[in-house]
Design a protein around this ligand. Structure first.
Ligand SMILES: [Zn+2]
Ligand SMILES: [Zn+2]
Length: 153
């Protein structure tokens, strides 16, 4: 999928604009078995203050995966609150986004930014619920739905 979600922030960096608001729909790439079938709704409000780019906003996207424990389908609505500051002039040291391609010159890649923020907001493992009983280690029965004769042994 081609990515064409680059936003020109030169006006903001040059002081010509006070605020830049971006509303975009961007695709999030699948990772570690978690898929994002619909584009994420991204809302960004960017300000340039003291040579730092302040980005506030939200990302909402539906994540689909499988419970780590019982392997059932899990659907999660992921909401990310963005409150980031970073230096668009930095070479990368100390910048969590530095080694990535969020910035190319005066352009901010909304898709890359959203991808990284969604990934960092996702839990390490997906579970269908806190009370998931998982699968029987012996026969593989889903213990949320039924019991098996191995239970208790
Ligand atoms: Zn489960
Ligand atoms: Zn069993």
């Amino acid at each position: 999928m081609t990515r064409s979600h680059k936003v020109d922030i030169s006006g903001l960096l040059g002081g010509g604009r006070q605020i830049l608001v971006v509303d975009d729909q961007v695709s999030i790439e699948e990772f570690e078995g978690i898929a994002f079938p619909k584009p994420a709704a991204v809302h960004l409000e960017m300000r340039y203050v003291d040579r730092l780019l302040h980005i506030e906003g939200t990302i909402d996207v539906r994540a689909e995966g499988h419970c780590d424990s019982c392997l059932e389908d899990v659907v999660r609505e992921v909401h990310v609150d963005i409150d980031e500051r970073f230096d668009p002039h930095a070479g990368g040291d100390g910048d969590p986004f530095g080694e990535n391609n969020v910035f190319t010159g005066d352009r901010l890649d909304v898709a890359d930014l959203a991808q990284q923020l969604v990934l960092s907001a996702m839990p390490m493992g997906v579970r269908c619920g806190d009370g998931c009983k998982g699968l029987c280690g012996t026969c593989g029965t889903n213990l949320n739905a039924s019991t098996c004769s191995c239970v208790g042994e």
